[in-house]
Write a protein that binds this ligand. Structure first.
Ligand SMILES: Nc1ncnc2c1ncn2[C@@H]1O[C@H](COP(=O)(O)OP(=O)(O)OP(=O)(O)O)[C@@H](O)[C@H]1O
Ligand SMILES: [Zn+2]
Length: 662
């Protein structure tokens, strides 16, 4: 490319220089006039490609302040001009005479113009060849990893910067020790994993952990994102992989970090068009590199993903990513510790209880919590406050959950009223359901895309959900729609998001959790994940039409029942609902205490009949064991899925107020 550009530049320069310097371009009429008035000393007529007349004026004469000027002329004029000039020479008025030079294009330029397209084609061809060979250094150095794609540094991060992920840190300690003192491990023949896979939801600190390992061991940290690997041009991805490892090996001991490895490491053959695609090549290259790792080489690959389930099994074989570490959403204690880490340097008011913030943020990741503190600090600064107080933290949590308040969105009174009833419906149904989490907040202030929202929060982190809790949640989700129908006899689009979430939950109950009698405790379809826990849903049906029909029927039945339950609660407590709406319209946001006061007259709906999973099984005559909630100590690791995120428990009036946890 540079060669081509240089050639072009030369051509342009030559064009400029061969054209007459020192002659000012003027109107043709002025030149003709000057000739007619015998003001011309000498003239030079160019014919051919470039029809041009240059004249030098007699001393004392000038055109536009110049004594040397030029002008163009049109085809037929040339002969006339020559005749005129000849006459002037004959009459002695053109003392300097004139010359005529039939000028064609500069031969060099002509040659270049023919060669140039050819040159371009050759260059493009070479480029493509180069890509196809997957060779970074074969022809030219295209494909050499660009500095911005691979970043290298020696991080200052330490394990102390990572809070609430003690298990993961412990596992990584060993890696750090190996990087520091490989000899110690080699002496006793210990085998160190070549690759470590960190998996868990986004924002849980996987990158942070990887950097901390490098920081603690004091080794360089190379990082690249999986999606950068997969490039448009064939082969670049593979060459990037090779290049990355070459660099790392040259600077060993080192850590290579590949973020979003699922972008390259998907099941092979699952790519678009059925297979042999770029991603596959890149993955193969990655596997080759990993196999080629010499343990003494001291390069350790750490990869991160949110979707371990879609990784190519080849990546998980022994000798590759044989160490897999789950990085989960932090529990309450973890959240508190993370908050403490990020609170450093942010002055908080003395009455702020970070423990209370941790309690209010189940399902938040480290990144979310960092965000909360940062938002709170921004709000404090905007309010010219010196300290971050509870008010700012409160608003910051809401912002992280649902986006900033929309003060500019002006709702009509009618819409406000509908929103109030809709949110009121959710809140009231939650309050009257025996297995629902308490209502934490209701607001009709717009936030993000939501017109209003209701937030229920568990008293503490939860790692599983009972069938009754799910049924109550379905009723809660339908509460908004039911209120609209009950009060206005005409529902709105505002319930779209509720309906979508409720359907997802109901479907999961039927096909994944075995929570209906008719279909039993069988998993139908190959969901890669559970929508209920806020993960990405990719439902693949691999059951018969008949079963599909049954599933749909059961889903419909669950939703219908929930809708009815919600309706009944609202009818029974209509006074409370109206009262709640009045308060909402007046105050716009109601907190836990205010809500408790309004909900005082509400009688909880009775418990559902005992569930045995089948009509053929008779329930035990013994009463169900009730567990004292406060004393349940969760065994380590029982929270495999992490606490359910609070985010999707926020029911908003419009869909997609914020991409939730997925
Ligand atoms: N356990 C934690 N302790 C302290 N801070 C954390 C923790 N987890 C996350 N954070 C904060 O969140 C930020 C983002 O985390 P990080 O980028 O490491 O997440 P990630 O899991 O790699 O996310 P992604 O999957 O999106 O790449 C960190 O820079 C840090 O400020
Ligand atoms: Zn709703």
């Amino acid at each position: 490319m540079w060669i081509v550009l240089a050639v072009l530049a030369v051509v342009l320069l030559m064009q400029v220089f061969t054209s007459s310097e020192g002659y000012k371009k003027v109107d043709t009429s002025k030149v003709v006039q000057a000739i007619a008035q015998n003001h011309v000393q000498s003239a030079e007529l160019t014919t051919g490609d470039e029809q041009n007349i240059k004249i030098e004026l007699k001393s004392g004469q000038e055109i536009e302040g110049k004594t040397k000027v030029q002008a163009g002329y049109i085809d037929g004029q040339g002969e006339n001009l020559a005749d005129t000039l000849q006459d002037k020479v004959a009459s002695g008025d053109l003392e300097g005479g004139y010359t005529v030079s039939p000028k064609s294009q500069n031969p060099f330029v002509g040659m270049l113009l023919t060669i140039l397209p050819l040159l371009l084609i050759i260059v493009v061809f070479l480029f493509l060849m180069n890509q196809m060979q997957g060779g970074g250094s074969r022809v030219m150095n295209f494909g050499k990893s660009k500095a911005k794609l691979i970043s290298k540094d020696t991080p200052k991060t330490t394990f102390a910067d990572v809070a609430g992920s003690d298990e993961a840190v412990e596992e990584l300690h060993e890696i750090k020790e190996f990087l520091q003192e490989p000899g110690k491990f080699q002496a006793v023949g210990a085998k160190i994993p070549k690759g470590v896979l960190l998996y868990g939801p986004p924002g849980t600190g996987k990158t942070l952990l990887a950097r901390a390992v490098a920081g603690e061991a004091g080794v360089p940290f190379y990082s690249i994102s999986g999606s950068d690997f997969v490039e448009m041009f064939v082969g670049v991805g593979a060459s990037r992989v090779r290049d990355l490892f070459e660099q790392a090996k040259a600077n060993a001991p080192a850590i290579v970090f590949v973020d979003e490895i699922d972008a390259v490491g998907r099941h092979r053959g699952a790519g678009m068009g059925g297979g042999h695609d770029e991603r596959e090549q890149t993955l193969n290259q990655l596997l080759v590199e990993m196999d080629g790792f010499d343990v003494k080489g001291g390069v350790i690959l750490i990869a991160a993903t949110n979707r371990p389930d879609i990784l190519d099994p080849a990546l998980l074989r022994p000798g590759r990513f044989d160490r897999q570490i789950a990085v989960d959403r932090p529990d309450m204690q973890g959240r508190l510790e993370i908050l403490k880490v990020h609170q450093k340097g942010k002055p908080v008011a003395p009455d702020v209880d970070l423990g209370a913030v941790a309690r209010r943020t189940p399902g938040f990741t480290g990144a979310d919590l960092n965000n909360v503190l940062n938002e709170a600090a921004l709000l404090a600064a905007r309010g010219n406050a010196k300290l971050i107080d509870n008010k700012f933290l409160d608003e910051a949590i809401d912002r992280v959950v649902a986006g900033p308040q929309k003060r500019t969105r002006i709702m009509s009174d009618k819409e406000k009223m509908i929103t109030a009833y809709h949110e009121g419906g959710h809140a009231l149904v939650a309050a009257a359901s025996p297995n629902s989490d308490p209502v934490h907040k209701v607001t009709i202030l717009s936030r993000g895309r939501a017109l209003g929202y209701t937030m229920v929060l568990p008293e503490e982190d939860k790692y599983s959900t009972t069938r009754n809790e799910m049924l109550d949640r379905l009723a809660y989700m339908m509460g908004g729609r039911a209120a609209e129908e009950l009060v206005f006899h005409d529902p709105t689009t505002g319930a779209g998001d509720d309906i979508e979430k409720a359907t997802g939950t109901a479907r999961a109950m039927v096909t994944q959790y075995g929570m209906t009698e008719r279909l039993g405790a069988i998993k139908f379809g190959s969901d890669q994940s559970e929508p209920f826990l806020g993960k990405e849903m990719s439902h693949q049906r691999d059951y018969s039409e008949e079963v599909a029909g049954l599933v749909d029927e059961e889903v419909k039945k669950l939703i219908e029942t929930a809708h009815n339950e919600a309706w009944e609660i609202l009818v029974e407590n209509r006074d409370v609902l109206d009262n709640l709406v009045l308060e909402l319209l007046e105050k716009e946001t109601l907190n836990k205490e205010e809500l408790a006061e309004i909900f005082r007259p509400v009688v909880k709906r009775p418990a559902r009949p005992a569930w045995t999973g089948s009509a053929r099984r008779t329930p035990s005559t013994r009463p169900p064991v009730s567990v004292p909630v406060k004393n349940v100590q969760l065994a380590n690791g029982s929270g495999e899925n992490g606490p359910t995120t609070s985010l999707e428990k926020i029911i908003s009036t419009e869909p997609g107020d914020r991409p939730t946890a997925e």
